[in-house]
Design a protein. Structure first.
Length: 285
């Protein structure tokens, strides 16, 4: 059942794993894993994919996947400042948007999130904002360097002013691959969680060691985004599958393999969320 991101966050007992899906096989693999493991989840629609050829079809495919699932599933248009793009996605049935004004001056970021919230409210949809900036490309792994962290005091003021449903934080995480092992700043994360009274999200989870993801969840991260790892698994499998001799030009077999590989990769993150203690619970070592 398709639900707003806020409803999915409420329905989940732990953090909500969220996966960028560029293809039908990825959507199918993620949904299969989520249903097998009983995990309310979020399907992420990349704005670059939505804006490109077949983008509306992809959005409708993700919406249909959520509709047909017995689990609460959200569909979110990811990072954008474009209110028209948000409206187009909401018209097609997405249940959340990420109004990402993290590269804008503070006041403009607030203004963007307020406008997005007003728009999303008409559709009963949720809004995720970002303060501080998570560097790197969402679509390509480029080994981005860590940028400026989210300021906890500014975060409190930001939330007061525009009240998003969820806020993405920059605490040592980047989009894409990490040039060296990431070290999340848990002191900053704790201070943000203390000062800003809302659910937090972690972007760039691919490549962060499990122990650090678990600690982030314990400290207040209620949603985490996975993209690079699903792309890596998909492309490495595709390179192998489509290079093997296939005299009958059979397509279904390789596509099923891609669904299976995506299912396995998504399942590992869903299991990580399920094994993570809730906020304030003691962390097992
Ligand atoms: Zn992101």
């Amino acid at each position: 059942m398709r639900r707003s991101l806020a409803d999915v966050l409420n329905a989940a007992t732990g953090a909500v794993p969220s996966f960028t899906c560029y293809t039908l096989e990825q959507a199918s693999g993620v949904i299969t894993a989520a249903e097998r493991l009983g995990a309310p989840s979020c399907l992420l629609l990349a704005p670059s994919a939505f804006n490109g050829p077949g983008g509306a079809l992809l959005a409708s495919c993700l919406v249909a996947a959520a509709d047909s699932s017995p689990l609460p599933i959200a569909v979110q248009l990811d990072h954008t400042t474009d209110l028209d793009l948000m409206r187009a996605a909401l018209d097609l049935g997405v249940t959340a948007v990420m109004a990402d004004g993290s590269k804008l001056p503070f006041a403009d970021n607030v203004e963007l999130v307020c406008a997005a919230s007003e728009l999303a409210a008409r559709y009963d949809a949720s809004v995720e904002a970002e303060l501080g900036h998570v560097p790197g490309s969402e679509d390509r792994a480029i080994g981005a360097k860590v940028g400026a962290f989210t300021d906890p005091d500014l975060a409190a003021r930001f939330v007061e002013l525009c009240q998003p449903d969820l806020m993405a934080v920059a605490v040592g995480n980047v989009h894409g691959t990490y040039p060296s092992e990431p070290r999340l700043d848990f002191t900053t994360l704790t201070r943000i969680a203390e000062r800003a009274d809302l659910a937090l999200s972690l972007h760039g989870t691919s490549g962060i060691p499990d122990t650090q993801v678990r600690q982030a969840i314990r400290l207040g991260v209620k949603k985490f985004n996975v993209n690079t790892e699903l792309r890596r698994v998909y492309l490495e499998s595709a390179q192998h599958l489509f290079n093997v001799e296939n005299k009958g030009f059979e397509l279904l077999g390789p596509l099923r393999q891609l669904i299976q590989r995506t299912d396995e990769a998504a399942a590992s993150f869903i299991e990580l969320a399920a094994a993570s203690p809730l906020p304030a619970a003691p962390l097992e070592t």
